[in-house]
Design a protein around this ligand. Sequence first.
Ligand code: CU
Length: 115
Amino acid sequence: MRLFSIVLLCVGAVGQEPAARKPDRVISIVAERFTFSPSKIEVKQGELIEFVLTSDDTDHGFRIPGIGIDVAIPQSGKGEARVRFVAKEKGSYAFECSRPCGAGHNLMRGRIIVK
Ligand SMILES: [Cu+2]
């Protein structure tokens, strides 16, 4: 069962969702040791979401286990990562840092609530 349709807007990786389509919502998330801000995100079922991910310190990652999203977040000052998805089903989905970033790396996580 696929819960999300995924489009990665990395260099050289454009998926089936046309990049020209305007997202319903753009949500910025800032990563820093050892938190994401915000770490709890509510979205509506069916919305096309674009996450804009930046770091306030070192390299981090943004992974939603089980649905194939895992992007690198470049260190502070080195740009941003963008990733899109459609929340097709209601529920609660964890996300986490996917790049070793220090002692609290395993605590660096958050949650997406699809209503
Ligand atoms: Cu980390």
